[in-house]
Design a protein around this ligand. Sequence first.
Ligand SMILES: [Zn+2]
Length: 79
Amino acid sequence: MPDQNIPATDLQPDGNDDSICPKCGDSDITGGSVDIEDGTALQRCSCAACGASWTNVYDFVGSYLDSDGEAGGESDGTV
Ligand SMILES: [Zn+2]
């Protein structure tokens, strides 16, 4: 039963598309809850077409500011 012996490092090298099944390539997948651990997000997914289940792994790569926030926000450019 070597099929059950999948190492944790057996990531798909070209698994950039997280919207398809890594086994059969079908897009009829269901994403489960997301767990975040040390900047890495793990999402359990399953495929309705072939019944496979897997975990998508997302690395945190950074953040950027969408807004400075409202606190102390005097209108700018009106002086
Ligand atoms: Zn599948």
